[in-house]
Design a protein around this ligand. Sequence first.
Ligand code: ADP
Ligand code: ASP
Ligand code: MG
Length: 410
Amino acid sequence: MALIVQKYGGSSVADPERIKNVARRVARYRKQGHSVVVVVSALGDTTDDLIELAGKITDCPSKREMDMLLSTGEQISIALLAMALHELGCDAVSLTGPQVGILTDASHMRARIVEIDGRRVREELRRKRVVIVAGFQGMDAQRNITTLGRGGSDLTAVALAKALSADTCEIYTDVEGIYTTDPRIEPTAIKLERISYEEMLEMASAGAQVMQSRSIEVAGKYDIPIHVRSSFSDNEGTWIVKEDRSMEDVLIRGVSINKNEAKLTVRRVPNKPGVAARLFRRLADDGINVDVIIQNIGRSAATDISFTVPAGEADAAVRSLRGARKSIGFTDVSKDTNIAKVSVVGIGMRSHAGVAATMFEILAKKGINIEMISTSEIKISCVVARADGERSVRALHAGFNLTKRSHARR
Ligand code: ADP
Ligand code: ASP
Ligand code: MG
């Protein structure tokens, strides 16, 4: 019999009926004789609601206290799921991240897992219990509660699958798997049978929230196949796996959009060596993540530099730079939150030329202006106006022929 790790996202446990639905599925696997470890997220939008609640108390809450607050969401769902399983006559026990022994570093709100002491989970499994683990949380060496970044329950599941040497890691969500793009934006998007770790990582970091990018990094590192599927059906979903040769035949696997970034422009930066280094060092020291960067050609003694940051870090970035205006020597910094980043991803890009040109042509035909461009080996991203974001996704999806079934199968 197998050891199965299953993760259920917030939408799958949004209300009592859905929790009972999850319990029925878990009980079915248990009845078949499998050992089941279940990771659950907070109910529905609980995490967003808790963040909003903190915002009513203060504009800059302590990150430690945010973790204390946010971790309560998952504690509610594990207890309710355990009760629902008991109702079905299925022995189950709920455990928080610290009770499981999920040890993390001390970076609150985006902690990294250092190690998992699987002893308690194994002991409960030996007693034939279903073990329900609170996703998204752990504790640091000082026993402070930490959280693993938004979407972090995916990481809890993958890391537990690794620590317990599980046979299967299943991620249950509100869609049938990974699609060629977000099916909420493009209803003709097609469910993929397989996608490589590398492509999924690029799609996730480019905004496809269906999997947390860090969880894919870990899955790829240890080669843990992940089955992403729906908690509302028994259909086969999408397998996230190691790439193989046949996957390279597809040029573009998918299109992602990120509406959660802001563009900052630093004006009249002195055009001399060391200035960009000082500017970005300052941001890095303040813990701000910079994404796409462009620097205009400086025909005079000064130039403009634009870059994107997560929307939630934009004000902090402006504050951080304004504090260094005199020492770095630029005139001003402005913020534009009306942007979206659209990206096309595919390992086939490595061996095909002209993908960027095609992408720009598709956008040009729709009259969409490109504000910034960045590329990696298997991804091309364009920053466009927020109002053009979803339209760009639909145009790229159609322009790269992603609705054709053959693309999904390989
Ligand atoms: P959960 O609550 O299960 O963690 P999320 O809301 O985090 O679920 O992720 C699922 C959502 O991700 C879907 O409802 C879908 O709208 C969105 N999504 C974005 N891009 C994709 C994609 N390429 N394939 C599937 N879903 C996607
Ligand atoms: N509840 C957390 C969040 O909303 C973790 C998760 O859902 O994976 O980000
Ligand atoms: Mg999620």
